[in-house]
Design a protein around this ligand. Structure first.
Ligand SMILES: C[C@H](O)[C@H](O)CC(=O)C(=O)O
Ligand SMILES: [Mg+2]
Length: 393
């Protein structure tokens, strides 16, 4: 009986090279090739996002073990500082608790870390613990996580692809392609022209009906985002993503007012908790929210965020996050499609999003995916990925 089972231990490990910290890639990867960022105003940090530390954290792996020896795990972007937070602070709310006490554990972790958390790293850590608990509960009950949260509302999930090659993504059966914007305000009119020309050329390649989106990764200002959105609209821009820094709710609200309704304004991957998304929704910041379930507070919090959005008729299209978002999205009527991040260096092949860390990680075939019925999230840690445990308690 799972209600009698308790959690015997929680352990935190770190690993480098891909995995949940998907920006932690080798050289010559599209994801680190002159992409606009808030740091691009400093020329020395313009060519590579790794130069300013986008991959500084690495992956955190959280493992939870029940008193019968069954283990669940999950991953996030948090690395060694995340391991410290698990082992030296949040473990006390997990160990000894019933395996079903997921809501109580979440509230204790969030409330106890409010004085230094609220968003960012700490919420990434809470997300990983929360997801590990859902994985454990699924394994104990021999159910896939999606069955624990209400079951599928559709047979399969369809995907758009994020990467440098939407033309290849279209041929692979994806419903759209999202390209990184490479130039921000610091690169002036020339940069904006280069973005528009690249987008126009891609529109020629993919034809008039394939969705094309622009991902700005927090790098623009309101004036530039307005001009870029209007210019790309001429080439069928479906949405402009994360144009501004995540705390600029006022800027997003104004951008939404400035752009025509056929250009969607989207954001949310660096937002966290129901309160952060309530602000985005109530201030009219965007048409579609993109929480990352490994960063926003985990599945327990994403269910709350999704209900908020649903009450306002807003779609929830989780950012990346592999199986952790697939088990969520397949159960939500307001998550009709998902993102697939092309992690192949040239975005020319479909490889698992958190490669090489997870075994049995499903990938879309012809742009669609049926979520496996394997218990939990249905993935295993790759034993060839060497984990370190920097802290113990
Ligand atoms: C492509 C973006 O710059 C970033 O690396 C990923 C992202 O924001 C997304 O997948 O959305
Ligand atoms: Mg994005």
């Amino acid at each position: 009986m799972t209600t009698a089972s308790t959690i015997r231990s929680v352990r935190a490990f770190t690993v480098r090279g891909g995995g949940a910290d998907y920006h932690d890639q080798g050289d010559d990867h599209w994801i680190d090739d002159h992409i606009a960022t808030p740091m691009a105003k400093y020329p020395e940090y313009r060519q590579s996002r790794q130069s300013f530390g986008i991959n500084v954290l690495g992956t955190l792996v959280v493992e939870v073990e029940a008193d019968d020896g069954t283990t669940g795990f999950a991953v996030t972007t948090a690395g060694e500082p995340g391991a410290y937070i698990v082992e030296r602070h949040l473990a006390r709310f997990v160990e000894g608790a019933p395996v079903t006490a997921i809501e109580r554990i979440w509230d204790q972790m969030y409330s106890a870390s409010l004085f230094y958390g609220r968003k960012g790293l700490v919420l990434n850590v809470i997300s990983a613990i929360d997801l590990a608990l859902w994985d454990l509960l699924g394994k104990l009950r021999q159910e896939p996580v999606y069955a624990l949260i209400g079951g599928a509302v559709r047979d399969e999930q369809v995907f758009y692809a994020t990467g440098s090659r939407p033309d290849l993504a279209r041929k692979m059966g994806f419903i759209g392609g999202k390209m990184p914007v490479r130039h921000g305000p610091a690169e002036g009119a020339e940069g904006l022209t280069a973005t528009v020309e690249r987008f126009a050329a891609m529109r020629e390649e993919v034809g008039p009906d394939f969705w094309l989106m622009a991902d700005c990764w927090m790098s623009l200002d309101l004036d530039y985002a307005t001009r870029l959105g209007l210019a790309l609209r001429e080439h069928g821009l479906r949405w402009i993503e994360e144009a501004l820094p995540p705390d600029d709710y006022w800027g997003y609200s104004e951008l939404r007012k400035r752009l025509p309704p056929d250009v969607l304004v989207t954001t949310g991957e660096h937002e966290a908790t129901r309160w952060g998304f309530r602000l985005l929704l109530e201030m009219g910041c965007c048409d579609l929210i993109q929480p990352d379930v490994n960063w926003c507070g985990g599945l327990t919090e994403l269910l709350k965020i999704s209900a908020l959005a649903d009450s306002r008729g807003v779609l929830v299209v989780p950012h990346g996050s592999s199986v952790y978002s697939y088990h969520f999205a397949i159960t939500r009527h307001n998550s009709p499609f998902s993102e697939f991040l092309m992690m192949h260096p040239q975005a020319s092949e479909v490889v698992p999003m958190f490669s090489p860390l997870l075994l049995d990680e499903p990938v879309p075939v012809n742009g669609r995916l049926r979520v496996p019925d394997t218990p939990g999230f249905g993935v295993r840690l790759n034993p060839e990925c060497v984990l370190a445990r920097p802290y113990e308690h």
